[in-house]
Design a protein around this ligand. Sequence first.
Ligand SMILES: Cc1cc2nc3c(=O)[nH]c(=O)nc-3n(C[C@H](O)[C@H](O)[C@H](O)COP(=O)(O)O)c2cc1C
Length: 377
Amino acid sequence: MAPADTPPTVPGRWLGGPGAPGQHTRSAVAPDDPAFLDLAALEEQARGVLPPAVADYYAGGAETETTLAEATAAWRSWRLRPRVLRGVSAVHLATSLLGSQVRTPIGVAPWAYQAMAHPDGERACARGAAAAGALMTASTSASTPLADVAATEPLSPKWFQLYRLHSPTHTEDLARRAGQAGYRALVLTVDLPVLGRRLRDVANRFALPADLPLGNHPPQTAVAADSPVWTFDDISRFAALSGLPVVVKGVLRGDDAARCVQAGASAVWVSTHGGRQADPVVSSAAALPEIAEAVGDEVEVYADGGIRSGSDALTALALGATAVFVGRPAIWGLATGGADGVSRVLAGLSAQLAHTMALCGLSDVRSVPRDTVTSAR
Ligand SMILES: Cc1cc2nc3c(=O)[nH]c(=O)nc-3n(C[C@H](O)[C@H](O)[C@H](O)COP(=O)(O)O)c2cc1C
């Protein structure tokens, strides 16, 4: 018979360690407990291994950094409403994202220039995501060519994120090649009509290292002035070009989400771009309920921005997300530990999610009821 405080079986050994069951001391459980993930310490560690201007480029937001500062707090302005006596003996994190099976609903958001964080860049990130059973989204601005990222752990599902480049033909070519390379979806990032003003980069006079490989495109200046701007019509155009379902990333309004769906989007991704574009904007946590309501069950909805714990992820699932994505935590993992670091971050957050679900009487990430959370106010 398990001691009273021994939780049900969940993915990950989150009651590990050599001590007797129930010994929840830091030293007894920390070393091999995936849920014992200290992201604040990891961020500090990453700062220690990165050149200061690169660490600032990864960490920073735009303008006043209000959006950046509020992101995590906004998830935590909700409170969980645990269910008791529900007989939950196991928690299932596996789900399907646009038909691709994953072992966790916590994936890797697209982030640029991963070779600045680790020499193996996107390849290491892909290996880490695959080890955790998580979906990876590769950026247009990757250090590694899109076909090489796709060929790393090819059975592990990946999406390709598309930016509007200076050359429309180049942009279209990337969309076609993403379809051919085996990506499962095309993620159109629509919150970057022009680049946000990131004042840390200005202060640091930050420039990409001259020897940094650019896998998919030549250097771009801030504004793609000579390229036609995107409209809702581009959603179906890129779906046709790539042969892939299109996810629209960077949506913060219900009316926009509904128009994306009308225009042929297969999913909508609620995001502030990590606080790096317009600022101050409504947080993902505040926008998600309106967007989930606007699109109903028609398409999947994802969210990112400031997800730093399993309970943040659970809050997003309750508010209508099918999956959540992390940007900076994956950066910290890659910078400090390569593929293993990425997988530890994803496994840790996933174990925390499972743990919190067990505590809340929930057994399946595919059916987290909306009334699992209530506003803290
Ligand atoms: C350093 C950095 C680079 C990013 N590069 C991209 C990118 O190339 N394409 C994109 O769509 N989003 C990009 N993003 C935004 C992320 O996809 C994601 O929306 C954001 O990081 C999520 O917030 P979080 O970092 O708080 O988890 C980037 C974010 C960061 C921090």
